[in-house]
Design a protein around this ligand. Sequence first.
Ligand code: ZN
Length: 693
Amino acid sequence: MNLQDNPFYLIPHYPDFSRMQPEHVEPALRARLAEARQAVEALEHTATPTWSGFMEPLFRACEPVSEIWAFVAHMHSVMNNPAWREAHDRMQPEVVAFSLRVGQSAPLYRIALALRAADEAAPLLTNPRRRILKSAIRSAEHAGVGLEGAARERFNAIQLELAQRGSSYGNHVLDAIKSYSLWIRDPADIAGLPASLLCAAAQAAREAGEPGATEQKGPWRITLDVASSIPFLKHSRNRELRETLFRANATKASSGALDNSAHVEKILALRREMAVLLGFSSYADLSLSSKMAPSVAAVSQLSDNLAEAARPMARRERDELLAFAKSQGFADAELAPWDIVFWAERLRETRFNYSEEELRAYFQFPRVLEGLFGLAERLFGIRVEAADGKAPVWHPDVRFFEVYDGTTHHVLASFFLDPYCRPATKQSGAWMNPFRTRDQRPDGSLCQPIVVLVCNQTPPAQDAPSLMRFDEVTTLFHEFGHALQHMLTTVDDPEASGINNIEWDAVEIASQFMENWCYDRTTLRDLSCHVETRASLPDALVDKLLAARTYRAASHVLRQLFLGATDMDLHARYPQPRWNNPNDVAREAADRLLPIPLLPEDRLLCSFSHLFAGGYAAAYYSYIWSEVLSADAFGAFEEAGLEKAEAVRNTGRRYRATILAQGGGMHPMDVFKEFRGRAPTVDALLRHIGLSA
Ligand code: ZN
């Protein structure tokens, strides 16, 4: 095929998804990589330390490669099949190698330093550009550009070993989950289990060599997959089986061929060594140097404050659960770890007696969308309109929308929405990805943002609308929050516009902020419409939904703080004489923070993939860090008065002009202060989860 006809080589503003095929990837990408390498090489000789003589042409040189790759990654995640997987996996190393080539270029680094020096001598860059340059210099330094000789060699060897050990760690966890089965053959042992779990457990049994397994007669196979283990621990009335499964889960990937203990020790040591090579005193300092949080001490301070507020309430939650269990016939003196989830679920049923099914009948997908768009109009003065057919799509279920400014009536951005689960070809979970970023090009043209929102909600049954579970509604709001931040940016430089260049621990502010509206009475009324009666959610059900939000919230917060503290201690303070091994770090954090201690044989660190096979090393605190800020941002609306339309409108416009508009062009603390008029506090989060008046 001619390159000019290749939908990955020449990509129109609305990409032609309907024509993209796996076989187009390699020729288009190879051609673009060759062009980009040549352009980068030329720049290494000809660039001058100015924006237009260096940063601008460097971005344009790399842009086509990242553009193709974004669409390849997208097709790979929503239309997955062996051919797409093969096309993706074959080219991934080349794309990674190219970005390392650019990131580690010493000539480009020297020009960047010269530009920074010139700007420091006599300011010549705008604030967003100064931040873009700072990020570029930092990522080159973190990629080892400043190292020479033996240090450089050692650094590269560490990088390689970390990548290998991380991926081996992740595979061990997956294999440990896959290799474990809890077989149930006696129908007496399924007491309490919901039909959906029995159905899945019979299916799992059939896949594991019991072709005759049925939902009614068994045998049933329970696994360590969360979709199987969590409902089992919640509902199984057989305490011994719960204990068996709980212990298996707490010790997974910690023995035999799949033992991750050595990886944990070695990965921590390699990270420390790498940080020291780069001039940091710990891996945590290296991690935080690119985050919003200013220091390890600041993170610990936040954690301490929240823990202090949550501890008394968590103790009450524990005592109340024990008292409830006893009233139902529980005979022991204390609840064991495998009792907590089970009795918490019973207490929830008693206290908030509504079912998920009952709630779902009120959340018809088309109505939820209308309510969400209505909220965005109310808050931010934008209008969202369906524009299906205006842009090609990759699947008939995918919708296309345009976003208009409510005052000027101009189109600001557009987005795709791929709502339903397609287990055979679509990755699970939900996410937002940018396809296009706001870009005021040197030739005067303006590129407007396009994003994709991907959810995996329940598809519609025959000629009935899709009825959404409440958590599917909050997920949609969450992803739409990310989308708004990318679409309503006013930053002109693409490297810092929308969600680009925002610190890792601040990107979830805009998304979590939107989730708060799912608990706002006015919004809930607008979202809900019973599929038969057409009534909106009755007040009694709204009350229960709001009350359920704070159910066992203190225990939940302490669990998150425990995970965050373990992570931070491992990366900031380990090793120390008082700890024999990394497990002692987790145990000490648990004693400090959890209402009941860890089991002696607990090996949490052997399956904590966030830290050892993902991007959350010395960054697990980001979840709660950004939640503090998103709750405080929502607090501004509460203070203005959620029932006062005019006040909500004004606060919403201010939110749009600051948090949604500034993107990565300004430090998130400055953006927050501009919106809130002060630094963030934890008060709003404590109030939302019921830990203060
Ligand atoms: Zn998110």
